[in-house]
Ligand binder design. Structure first.
Ligand code: ZN
Length: 338
């Protein structure tokens, strides 16, 4: 299979992905409760600035502003009839920035969770989920996305539905889950569980991994868990810039560019080949990460103590891969934007 991402993976040891979408758009004036995807048509210069921010900071891959652009989530804004339009626009703007960059940059069509709980725990059927993801995939494909990129997923069923939809759209893809509940996803999956689930998918991704979650330390513990499962596919690490903290009514991430530079090289040492940030990660963080990846040599996989010493402690004693049970039960209805 030939596409921009597999070509880069064949020629490079590591690739740098992008940072946050939500954090950077809030910095440009997006208000909480607004659908950021409307800016793909209403505020195109700001979306171009978002993409350019990542491209100019050295990202080899950036994600489109389409995380919540599925029919279920757009319905909250009475825009469920605009799935194709908003996704196509997100990818077209991305194509424009990538093609003008003068180097090979992958436009990855972001696909977030449906926002509904899937059967058997919830009411969203597999068929409807596949249909929703397929519609979004066709919009991103029409706009010129190189690959699709499902992220912040917590249920194996939803990940599988996305994979099936991307096969229907005949598109290569990557996928990440969010391990935000004591090292597990909200639905209880461990990193080891994900390696097994991914290996069984009929439409294999080009890479898989973790995004968002708690802090950069937890995310690296998850990456070590993936690596221990001996996966054949490249591992993706997109950790938050530190820990979210409420400050003056806003969520602030306490990770500095220097911390994210350390995170990036540690992520590579843990076995990740695609390394980016999630919430709180700005172009300033990305520049520090790129510089560190280019100038510091690859080392051996770090111990948990090394990770904690560099990036801070973990949110839980265990991440479940040692057989410990979930420390918290699955919670419903909480979905964060990346
Ligand atoms: Zn995030």
């Amino acid at each position: 299979m030939t596409n921009a991402l597999s070509t880069l993976l064949e020629t490079r040891d590591w690739l740098m992905a992008d940072g946050a979408t939500g954090t950077n758009l809030f910095n440009m004036g997006l208000m909480s409760g607004d659908a950021p995807e409307m800016w793909n048509v209403d505020e195109t210069s700001k979306i171009i600035a978002l993409y350019k921010g990542a491209a100019d900071a050295g990202s080899d891959i950036f994600l489109t502003n389409s995380f919540g652009a599925n029919a279920s989530r757009l319905k909250l804004h009475s825009a469920e009839g605009r799935v194709i339009e908003l996704n196509k626009a997100a990818a077209e703007l991305g194509r424009e920035v990538a093609d003008a960059s003068g180097r090979s940059i992958v436009v990855a069509g972001s696909v977030g969770p449906t926002g509904e709980i899937m059967a058997p725990m919830g009411s969203l059927t597999h068929e409807i989920a596949v249909e929703m993801f397929h519609e979004q995939a066709e919009g991103l494909k029409a706009g010129g996305a190189d690959v699709l990129w499902v992220e912040t997923i917590s249920a194996a069923e939803e990940f599988a539905a996305a994979a099936e939809a991307f096969a229907l759209a005949d598109m290569p893809w990557c996928g990440t889950m969010s391990f935000d509940t004591a090292g597990r996803t909200m639905m209880g999956l461990t990193s080891a569980d994900m390696v097994k689930k991914v290996s069984k998918l009929a439409h294999q991704p080009l890479g898989f991994g973790a995004n968002c979650g708690v802090g950069a330390s937890d995310l690296l513990r998850t990456v070590l868990g993936f690596a221990a499962g001996g996966p054949t596919l490249p591992i993706i690490a997109k950790g938050n810039a530190g820990i979210p903290k409420y400050h003056d009514g806003h969520i602030h991430y306490d990770g500095t560019p220097a911390l994210m530079a350390d995170y990036a090289v540690l992520a590579r040492d843990c076995g990740a080949r695609i390394i980016g940030g999630c919430c709180g990660t700005t172009p300033e963080h990305l520049r520090a990460m790129r510089d560190a990846l280019e100038t510091r040599p690859k080392g051996a996989a770090p111990t948990l103590d090394t990770i904690a010493a560099a990036l801070g402690g973990f949110s839980s004693a265990s991440d479940g891969t040692d057989g410990a049970g979930p420390e918290a039960s699955p919670r419903r209805g909480r979905r964060r934007r990346s």
